[in-house]
Ligand binder design. Structure first.
Ligand SMILES: [Zn+2]
Length: 303
């Protein structure tokens, strides 16, 4: 039977409730460069306080998309989940080339496949905490040879386990190419969630991805000025009108101090279920919002 694996164990899809499909709670790019300091979120207390606000807006589940070599910390996710009584799903897999661990370049495809299978079946670094989504990424307007190798690895791990694939499309580029390369390597489009697609402002590319059966994530919500969210809602309305509501997902990808209110940033993890939801419901309707933030994640993350 299908279920969803959280950092605290298995739950049924029905228990997921309102879900943010791509966030970062504890994260720290493992590159010793000051320019990434703002991307380091390491404080459990501050993040618990932030999650509290998400919960006040009826939030129930957060998908933590920090991959290998990016400061992933399953034990801290579990601590936050237990303290705040929410569901956290964590991930395995890889970011784009800039953030890859040495092992991604040095190990063979089959060794990498075994490494990821070990995490999925037995837990990450002997914590017993298992990931429930697998990530792959591509660079800006380019898929490097190593990224291609890793996409093949991710595709193989998916076909062996059924774990859903959620991706990083750098600044919204290469979404069709990346998706098609996964399909070519055996992943059905319905099991692929293309990430950061809303940075690509041409709705026709998003529509093309949807026509090919991919799920797409609007995950830069609240990042810029309010009128940009109006634009996001307008584009989502077009995609819904074209009949694709079942393939849409929402999140904020707020992996930076600038975006988390308890670190002094905005809009914060409560924004999508608060201000953004109000706007969306007014323009498009609550049943569609619930489909995108409840029904679709429940279907996609259950395997
Ligand atoms: Zn992210």
């Amino acid at each position: 039977m299908k279920s969803v694996t959280t950092v605290c164990g298995k739950i049924s899809g029905d228990e997921m409730g309102y879900t943010l499909s791509h966030e970062h709670l504890i994260v720290s790019p493992e590159i010793p460069d000051k320019k990434y300091d703002d991307y380091r979120l390491l404080d459990v207390d501050l993040m618990c306080a932030e999650v509290e606000k998400f919960k006040e807006k009826s939030g129930k589940t957060i998908v933590e998309m920090t991959p290998l070599n990016y400061g992933r910390d399953p034990l801290k996710y579990k601590e936050i989940a237990q303290r705040e009584d929410i569901n956290i799903i964590c991930c395995t897999g890889f970011h784009k080339e800039e953030f890859l661990p040495k092992s991604a370049f040095e190990l063979s495809e089959s060794d990498l496949i075994n490494m990821l299978l070990e995490e999925i079946n037995n837990g990450i670094d002997s914590t017993g905490i298992c990931p429930s989504v697998i990530k792959c990424g591509t660079s800006y307007n380019n898929i490097t040879d190593t990224e291609k190798k890793l996409i093949k690895v991710v595709a193989k791990v998916h076909t062996l386990t059924g774990i859903p694939v959620s991706t990083h499309c750098d600044k919204g580029t290469m979404m069709l190419e990346q998706g098609e390369f996964l399909v070519k390597n055996g992943v059905k489009s319905e099991n692929i969630l293309l990430g950061h697609t809303d940075i690509q402002k041409d709705v026709n590319i998003q529509l093309e991805a949807l026509r090919r059966g991919f799920n797409i994530l609007t995950d830069h919500v609240g990042r810029e000025l309010d009128d940009t969210d109006e634009e996001r809602i307008r584009r989502m309305e077009i995609m819904i009108r074209e009949g694709f509501v079942n393939q849409l997902f929402l999140s904020g990808d707020m992996g930076k101090k600038d975006y988390i209110t308890t670190y002094g940033g905005k809009p914060g993890l409560d924004y999508i279920l608060g201000i953004f939801k109000d706007k969306f419901v007014k323009e498009i309707g609550k049943e569609y919002f619930d489909k995108i933030t409840k029904d679709n994640p429940k279907r996609f993350f259950s395997f």
